[in-house]
Design a protein around this ligand. Structure first.
Ligand code: MTE
Ligand code: MO
Length: 384
């Protein structure tokens, strides 16, 4: 039924003249993301293939894109205003120029969508079916949120900062609002960023300004930031009141969970990603390197173990390269030649609190925080 309907639609398409088919298509690559896997074009959602995640700093053209709503039609930095209101003594309207004139700070952050890995949950959950590539690391430069709040003068009873993007609702979807509790808002590393990897933030990544809430799941990093509202009470926005929640108790796969048993997501959890060898690689029967990245939100990576035999035995990888507070850490393991045949290689990270990735990720209704051992299957050829 579905297949025949698709075939009928395909047949109808081919009867259109070429110019009309072109006009009906959105531009192929409006955001410079042609190397990524497109999950949706409006709103734009792009996943990074693991093969393009080999650098400590992810180049912008390799950086994943996650948007619930289309990119705002007008993103004029010269006309932009960041409104700061709510429980403040001096409400503010800050231009991009005014923000650039304030002291600038740079924080290097691994940003990961809470839904990264959703495609691997069993039973499946609704939502974009991200595999491994809704993650990347960038250097973000901008103004400390606490410097802006100090200028506005925050009332003592303030408990949250609600943050709103300029992207406007699609159909019945509400505007994108998230909130940070005051302690995280006042943390010296929480930024209103104006640049990404040393250049003005590109349109699809939130131009001209976005929030950066280091170590927390990606949805806190509000793009096209237009309003900060200081409040004593939590936001009643859908994205705060209902979205981005995770069970406070272990639930069984497929179980419906009562809203009272759900709490807001905050920090990312310990996780690792093997970037070499790639899934399905044919390896010669010779020594090779297993490498990748491991991260743990606000926590550091203590160690990463690698298994070459489907998890029967493990060996410690070395941690190399740049080390920064909120970023992934490179791991490398010198593997001996493996016998001819198929092999499942695993990686398993442990964070500075002693928490290790689970062998099987905890199922939850929205499919968040998938973080089980990473695995790649390789094929070793017979030596000649
Ligand atoms: N205004 C706005 N900000 C947003 C979103 C959005 O839909 N609208 N998506 C969020 C989500 S879910 C993630 S994971 C990150 C992704 O940032 P990126 O597209 O720069 O990778 O942006 C966050 N900020
Ligand atoms: Mo996300």
């Amino acid at each position: 039924m579905l297949a025949s309907r698709a075939a009928a639609a395909g047949a109808a398409m081919t009867t259109l003249p070429a110019w009309a088919q072109q006009a009906a298509q959105p531009p192929a690559d409006p955001w410079g993301k042609s190397k990524l896997v497109r999950l949706s074009s409006r709103p734009p959602d792009y996943e990074t293939p693991v093969a393009l995640l080999n650098d400590f700093i992810t180049p912008i053209d390799h950086f994943y894109v996650r948007s619930h709503l289309p990119v705002p039609a007008t993103l004029d930095a010269a006309a932009w205003a960041l409104t700061v209101n709510g429980l403040v003594s001096t409400p503010l309207s800050l231009s991009v120029a005014a923000l650039r004139a304030l002291p600038q700070h740079t924080v290097t952050v691994t940003l990961e969508c809470a839904g990264n890995g959703r495609a691997f949950f069993d039973p499946p959950v609704a939502g974009l079916q991200w595999k491994k590539g809704a993650v990347g690391t960038a250097r973000w430069t901008g103004v400390r949120l606490r410097d802006i709040l100090a200028r506005a003068g925050v009332a003592p009873q303030a408990a949250f900062v609600h943050m709103e993007g300029a992207d406007r609702p699609l159909g019945t979807m509400p505007a994108f609002v998230r909130q940070v509790p005051m302690a995280k808002a006042l943390h010296e590393d929480t930024l209103i960023a104006l640049s990404m990897n040393g250049q003005p933030i590109p349109a699809v990544h939130g131009a001209p300004l976005r929030a950066i809430v280091p170590g927390w799941e990606g949805a806190y990093a509000i793009k096209w930031l237009t309003r900060l509202t200081v409040s004593e009470t939590p936001s009643d926005s859908f994205w705060v009141a209902t979205g981005y929640k995770y069970p406070t108790r272990r639930v069984s796969p497929g179980e419906a969970v009562d809203a009272r048993d759900m709490a807001p997501l905050t920090g990312l959890v310990v996780k690792s990603l093997i970037t070499t060898p790639l899934e399905g690689t044919a390896l010669p029967n010779a020594p090779f390197t297993v490498a990748g990245f491991a991260w743990a939100g606000e926590d550091d990576i203590a160690h990463v173990d690698v298994s070459l035999d489907s998890g029967a035995t493990w060996a410690r990888a070395s941690l190399t390269g740049e080390q920064a507070r909120y970023t992934w850490r490179r791991f490398e393991f010198a593997a001996p030649a493996l016998p001819a045949g198929s092999h499942l290689i695993l990686s398993r990270a442990t964070d500075s609190r002693g928490v290790t990735q689970p062998a099987v990720s905890h199922w939850n209704p929205s499919g968040y925080l998938w973080n089980q051992y990473d695995s790649v299957r390789v094929q070793v050829g017979a030596s000649r």
